[in-house]
Design a binder for this molecule. Structure first.
Ligand code: ARG
Length: 607
């Protein structure tokens, strides 16, 4: 629909130029006419688009709005390119112009989608104008998932992983070159105590493979922390261990790597189950740039020495006591912070290769709690002139995952939930639901079918429940809701696809390539119009980075399809209706499959 609306917009501008010649326009009139005057119809009965500017213009040029609307409509009717696409415009109410796309145009759009893998979503065209050599104006970095070494990945990381992956898929589909970065927390003072503890408790681990396992490692972290808090000698050793590690001392590095590898293995299990691809580039990668970053900030006069620490004070950033609060770039003991690493990362990501990534858009997917951290480092990066004018850096925040009681998600006994357990439980519950359903429907299926369906439904449900919420709000985790066959859920969408696959099993050929398409039922037109919206929705997600828009669209599409399926005969219809309806089934299936794949959600033929 994007192209049609662009063509209508052009026709509208031609009409404006005739009715309100440029040389006679007041500045107010010009500003009204240059705004976007073509908007989607507010109700289906008004057609596809409406033009509302006659009302605003009427005050300016002192004519009744309906007269103005009539002049615009008459002019549009004289435009061949307009007549080709649209039915005659209708004037409604105080002076709205309603536009309805004509059936021929809609049918040819549908025809086109029958043979088009991208279902009418065009690949983004990037300007070939390269501002600098090696500057990639189509390269996007998505920084997501990013758990911390030696700690378990928590539900917040799960959200980041699911949302980040879906954004990566959408931007990739649009034609960007997407770099998916896992900014794991693999550096920092905590490694001093972890390494000290490791050297003492499992010295053999330094020279033998696979001695520590992560479930131990989380416990291990707790023990190390406890000793660090209670034992002065241990604390001192840990401090010097940090120095050893920074100096690249061999055993310290081995121990560090070991801890990282153990964590990595555990994280990978989750990524594999969720079908997530990521390139690990942890905080430690930026170590070698930290001093440069600091010097650069110093040369730009941004640093202030505050009791030995190198700080930046930003306007409006105050602590709880109301006093200006610094962002510490280098601590008084010489150590660097999370913020310093992020500054180095921004600089690297925006610098052209070979000294950086040369990205034009950098997206950070983390919980909303980090909003002020990111706004601070982004402001510093701007002050330091590291962000080229044509580049964008954005924080994509999301809310908390809560239990059904509205509190932080916990196990029944009050502990933090492990992600593996969460996935297992979703699959287990999906399996029970499936078995119940098979029973009521007196169906018998083999174990491998039951396995496949319950795994797919379980994972799909978890992902979809997360993605279908506006990410900014907190979201309540409920197995019952996410696994329900009713409502805006993964099973509901999956079921629509299964219905279509069923039509094909009952003999409906969905590979209808090209034929005489004819539609005469209102349910068909509603479905057609919904199918044609896909490109607008994807463009919205690309811009606003809100996957819930795509979910909402797929849900509405499934509802509209189900109504069509229930109310209009398909296999029993006579030609040309039969193949025309099968064509709609086929495009609906492809749209749902494409949409789900952009959400990172697997689909099924039977369930
Ligand atoms: N490791 C951090 C955490 O667990 C998230 C890192 C996000 N990315 C970044 N560039 N700061 O909270």
């Amino acid at each position: 629909m994007l192209e049609i609306s662009a063509r209508l917009e052009e026709a509208l501008n031609r009409a404006f130029n005739k009715v309100f010649p440029k040389e006679n326009r007041s500045s107010k009139t010009s500003s009204i006419l240059t705004g976007s005057n073509l908007v989607p119809a507010s109700k289906p009965e008004f057609g596809d688009f409406q033009i509302n500017c006659a009302l605003a213009l009427s005050k300016e040029i002192k004519q009744p709005p309906r007269d103005i609307a009539q002049q615009i409509a008459d002019q549009l009717q004289k435009d061949n390119n307009f007549i080709k696409i649209c039915n005659p415009p209708l004037i409604a109410g105080p002076g709205f112009i309603n536009l309805t796309i004509n059936s021929n145009t809609l049918i040819s759009e549908i025809h086109f989608r029958l043979n088009n893998k991208r279902l009418g979503v065009s690949l983004k065209k990037f300007t070939s104008k390269k501002i600098e050599k090696d500057k990639h104006n189509n390269r996007v970095i998505i920084d997501f998932s990013s758990p911390n070494i030696a700690k378990e990945m928590h539900v917040g990381h799960l959200r980041s992983t699911i949302i980040g992956d879906s954004l990566a898929r959408v931007l990739d589909f649009c034609g960007y070159e997407v770099i998916r970065l896992n900014h794991v927390g693999d550096w920092g003072t905590q490694f001093g105590m972890l390494i000290t503890h490791l050297k003492e408790v499992v010295p053999e681990a330094l020279h033998t493979k696979d001695v520590v396992e992560i479930s131990d490692l989380v416990n291990f972290y707790r023990q190390a922390k406890k000793r660090f808090d209670e034992d002065q000698v241990f604390q001192n050793k840990s401090r010097s261990e940090v120095v050893n590690l920074q100096a690249g001392e061999k055993d310290s590095l081995i121990a560090w790597q070991l801890l990282c590898n153990q964590s990595r293995k555990e994280f990978q299990k989750i990524y594999d189950r969720l079908d997530i691809k990521l390139t690990e580039r942890g905080e430690s990668f930026y170590n070698k740039f930290l001093v440069d970053v600091m010097n650069d900030l110093k040369n730009k006069d941004l640093l202030i020495n505050d009791q030995g620490a190198q700080c930046i004070f930003l306007d409006g950033i105050v602590g709880k006591d109301g006093k200006p609060q610094p962002i510490i770039i280098q601590k008084s003991d010489g150590g660097f912070n999370y913020a310093t690493t992020d500054l180095a990362a921004i600089k690297y990501r925006l610098t052209t290769p070979p000294h950086g990534d040369g990205a034009c858009r950098v997206i950070y997917v983390t919980d909303a709690g980090q909003a002020s951290h990111f706004s601070g480092v982004f402001r510093i990066a701007k002050l330091a002139n590291w962000i080229p004018t044509d580049c964008q850096i954005e924080h994509v925040p999301f809310g908390l995952v809560q239990g059904e009681d509205g509190k932080k998600l916990k196990t029944r006994s009050g502990e933090t939930i492990r992600l593996v357990d969460l996935l297992d439980e979703a699959i287990q519950r999906a399996r029970e639901d499936l078995k119940d359903r098979l029973n009521t429907e007196s169906r018998s299926e083999n174990e491998s079918f039951i396995d496949k369906v319950s795994t797919t439904v379980g994972i799909a449900a978890i992902k979809y429940a997360d993605l279908s919420q506006n990410r900014v709000s907190n979201y309540q985790f409920s197995f019952d809701k996410m696994l329900s066959l009713q409502g805006n859920t993964a099973p509901y969408l999956l079921y629509a696809l299964v219905r279509i696959a069923g039509i094909s099993r009952k003999g409906g050929d969905l590979n209808v390539a090209s034929q005489n398409l004819q539609f005469n039922e209102p349910q068909e037109w509603v479905l057609i119009r919904k199918l044609l919206q896909l490109d607008c929705i994807i463009a919205e997600v690309e811009k606003e980075l809100l996957p819930n828009r795509l979910c909402g669209y797929l849900f509405e599409l499934s509802q509209i399809f189900n109504r069509f399926y229930d109310q209009v005969p398909i296999l029993k219809a006579i030609e040309p209706s039969r193949s025309s309806r099968l064509a709609l089934c086929s495009i609906t299936a492809n749209t749902l499959k494409l949409g789900m794949s952009l959400l990172g959600i697997p689909t099924l033929e039977r369930m």
